[in-house]
Design a protein around this ligand. Structure first.
Ligand SMILES: O=C(CO)[C@H](O)[C@H](O)COP(=O)(O)O
Ligand SMILES: [Fe+2]
Length: 228
């Protein structure tokens, strides 16, 4: 699978989460933004809601933990039903141990980098991860403008993944839309989170399909996309 589109429920109606999951049927994953009002200046949802949501939808949950002390909390999101759990490099005390624990519990392990965090110090950790998330906004809120200055980091990360011969996914999150998705795909991203660009439209499922088609047109010829 070369391209994946993960709608973010941060832009959905939190009182109707099961319906909002249904509204993006056909999406690869549902992106669930967990914010604790400490790591980021916003508060969203936690383990009990992830547990309910995982029972309410067949779409697998991609939990993005914008929280302090993920070493303590991330395993609980796997137990709650998340298929993929992303912790922040800036918050994890022992990222290798945490990634191994997430995998051992049966989920995909992923690590996120805020815009000011470089990929280079984490090069040797890449084999421990199933996905790397590059934030293309400062984490904390939906609906922010895409940061073009992150494109070189996406490119450098794709090169590192290729150089190490890894099959891991490269996710971008923040300001991804019809206007920006092609730039991300050209730089080497293959998993795209989109919140406002999906839930802000009349037909969110059709928007997911359109975004996927746009990204697929770009990645079709990319050497790194072969064999996905
Ligand atoms: O992690 C996030 C914010 O911290 C969200 O996933 C992201 O912002 C999605 O919203 P949008 O597509 O509207 O930017
Ligand atoms: Fe997110």
């Amino acid at each position: 699978m070369a391209v994946q589109i993960n709608p973010s429920i941060l832009s959905a109606d939190f009182a109707r989460l099961a319906d909002e999951a249904e509204a993006v049927k056909g999406a690869d994953w549902l992106h669930v933004d967990v914010m604790d009002n400490h790591f980021v200046p916003n508060l969203t949802l936690g383990v009990p809601i992830v547990e309910s949501l995982s029972r309410a939808t067949d779409t697998p949950l991609d939990c993005h933990l914008m929280i302090e002390d993920p070493d303590r909390w991330a395993p609980q999101y796997v137990e709650a039903g998340a298929g993929s759990v992303t912790f922040h490099a800036e918050a994890a005390a022992a990222p290798v141990r945490l990634a191994r624990e997430i995998r051992a519990k049966g989920a995909r392990a992923s690590m996120a980098l805020k815009p000011a965090t470089p990929i280079e110090p984490y090069e040797d950790l890449l084999p421990e991860l199933d996905m790397l998330l590059i934030m293309t906004v400062e984490p904390g809120f939906g609906g922010q403008a895409f940061l073009d200055i992150m494109l070189p980091k996406i490119r450098r990360t794709r090169e590192l993944i290729s150089r190490h011969g890894l099959q891991m996914w490269l996710q971008v999150d923040g300001g991804v839309s019809a206007e920006t998705i092609e730039r991300c795909a050209e730089a080497g991203a293959d998993v795209f989170v989109a919140g406002s660009a999906v839930y802000g439209t009349e037909d969110p499922a059709a928007t997911v399909r359109a975004l996927r088609a746009q990204a697929e047109r770009v990645t079709a010829g990319a050497a790194w996309a072969c064999g996905h």
